[in-house]
Design a protein around this ligand. Structure first.
Ligand SMILES: Cc1cc2nc3c(=O)[nH]c(=O)nc-3n(C[C@H](O)[C@H](O)[C@H](O)COP(=O)(O)O)c2cc1C
Length: 173
């Protein structure tokens, strides 16, 4: 199958997830990557599967991917399509999935949480301050609530990447 993986990253995590997904699919499929922040996103035409991956920043996803979804809404709804998010506040994943893209967009392979990272040492300036604030807010919730698993600092979730790869591989037959 021809698979298009679009990603939008600032710090590299969302790209890393795109590469992890591709590594599980590339033996049997032809993978095309598109970096949404650097260049055009190819039309869905000619692809069997489109995967759209975006980092979440300031409670939003990449604007160019949002526009791509609006511009290609019917094509994407009629083909095999998945969305994944990389975010720091993973408990907000459901909210992001339900609010950031048009209600009429119904990707057949669903929305997936691939985790994220909050590592201030990799950042500078305002980004570093924001990530440090997010880390302390997660930790203070951790302290107040018993459900500590829920509020752990985020990491990439390889098993969720494998799950989506499995769903895509079923389409190969
Ligand atoms: C400036 C900035 C703003 C962010 N805003 C949010 C946010 O609103 N919600 C969230 O869940 N994560 C937020 N994050 C965390 C990122 O989604 C997380 O670090 C993710 O792994 C980044 O992926 P990337 O390396 O592909 O850019 C923010 C990170 C930065 C640096």
């Amino acid at each position: 199958m021809n698979i298009l993986i679009v990603y939008s990253t600032h710090g590299g995590v969302t790209k890393k997830c795109a590469e992890m997904l591709a590594a599980e699919l590339e033996e049997q499929n032809s993978i095309t990557f598109a970096d949404a922040r650097n260049g055009e996103i190819p039309s869905p035409e000619g692809f069997d599967v489109v995967v759209l991956g975006s980092a979440i920043r300031m409670e939003n996803m990449d604007r160019k991917i949002k526009k791509y979804v609006r511009d290609n809404l019917s094509a994407l709804n009629e083909m095999s399509c998945a969305v994944y998010f990389c975010c720091g506040l993973t408990k907000l994943f459901k909210e992001y999935s339900e609010t950031l893209l048009p209600k009429k967009f119904e990707p057949s392979l669903g929305f997936h949480l691939f985790g994220g990272e909050l590592k201030p040492d990799k950042l500078s300036g305002v980004d570093k301050l924001i990530v440090m604030a997010m880390r302390s807010s997660i930790r203070s919730q951790d302290f107040e609530e018993d459900d500590s698993d829920h509020y752990d600092l985020p990491e990439i979730i390889p098993e969720n990447i494998t799950l989506l790869a499995k769903e895509i591989r079923i389409l190969e037959k």
